[in-house]
Ligand binder design. Structure first.
Ligand code: 13P
Length: 287
């Protein structure tokens, strides 16, 4: 069932768990995420970056694929289709294409401009019954061409953005997209705590979910994080499984070159990664 992310995140915040946003790249990815969430009775958010949307043919193609797959596979868990790190124009385009949720990443603008643009989009999405994620303090590293400096958010700016009527708020707290470096200093729980104190019931979003140790994930959830984004980890497990298949020469045996066989191990690897995340984030059985 395609829904906005609002209700699932309100429930997650109240129930002290987090909903997973898993980014998708193609049909196999989408199917692996949806079937796993359905099997575990967990709500889920399908994340689509602007780059991934383009790769799949456009937002219209993605929205049509997801809506049809939900129906054909009889997926009954709440699933949101969400633009990840959208530009202002990207938000308008994905809404027109039928997404149920969007993130406006205005973190690279001066705060006054971030507020002005977020406010407009908050009004638009509220009117259409869609959810909106805003961002304060850029997330470090690169997410599909969107490069963040890795700032730590100012809690007062977070409060100003939270008050605009957004559904969820992403704040930079030392998190990074992609793999964490050996010398990573860890998450700034003091800042997360200060943000939660000021923003109250607002569900907070933790980006860069790949490679954050379980204890840190649990502490972040206890401090108000209700949505955690994972992208790279599925890419890594997909690539490793595909590599093993080819290195074992299986594509050369019988009909092993058939894409439905060749992509099978990677598909199963994504399912396993998603299962691990849903269990770690505490959302199993919460659909
Ligand atoms: P990772 O690629 O580090 O898991 O981050 C995903 C993300 O935050 C998407 O917005």
């Amino acid at each position: 069932m395609l829904v906005s992310a609002k209700e699932m995140l309100t429930k997650a915040k109240a129930g002290h768990y987090a909903v997973a946003q898993i980014n998708i790249n193609n049909l196999e990815w989408t199917k692996a995420v949806l079937t796993t969430a359905q099997a575990l009775n967990a709500p889920v958010i399908l994340g689509v970056s602007e780059g991934a949307g383009k790769y799949m043919g456009g937002f219209g193609t993605v929205a049509a694929m997801v809506r049809a797959m939900l129906e054909d596979l009889k997926i009954t868990i709440p699933a949101a289709l969400h633009l990840d790190h959208g530009s202002y124009e990207g938000c308008l385009a994905c809404i027109a294409a039928g997404f149920s949720s969007a993130m406006f990443d205005g973190s690279h603008y001066p705060i006054a401009e971030n507020i002005a643009k977020t406010k407009e989009l908050a009004a638009l999405t509220a009117e259409k019954g869609l959810s909106l994620e805003a961002e304060v303090g850029s997330i470090g590293g690169e997410e599909d061409g969107v490069i963040g400096a890795g700032e730590v958010a100012d809690p007062r700016e977070c409060k100003a953005i939270a008050d605009l009527g957004v559904t969820m708020l992403a704040a930079g707290i030392g998190n990074i997209h992609g793999k964490y470096p050996e010398n990573w200093a860890g998450l700034r729980f003091d800042v997360l705590d200060a943000i939660q104190q000021l923003t109250g019931e607002m569900p907070l979003v933790l980006h860069g979910g790949t490679g954050i140790p379980a204890a840190m994930i649990q502490q972040a959830i206890s401090l108000g994080v209700s949505k955690i984004n994972v992208n790279t980890e599925c890419q890594l497990s997909f690539a490793a499984a595909t590599r093993a298949y080819i290195e074992a020469g299986k594509d050369l045996m019988g009909k092993g070159f058939d894409p439905r066989k060749l992509l099978g191990p990677g598909y199963n690897a994504i399912q396993n990664t998603v299962k691990e995340k849903l269990e770690l984030f505490g959302s199993v059985g919460k659909a």
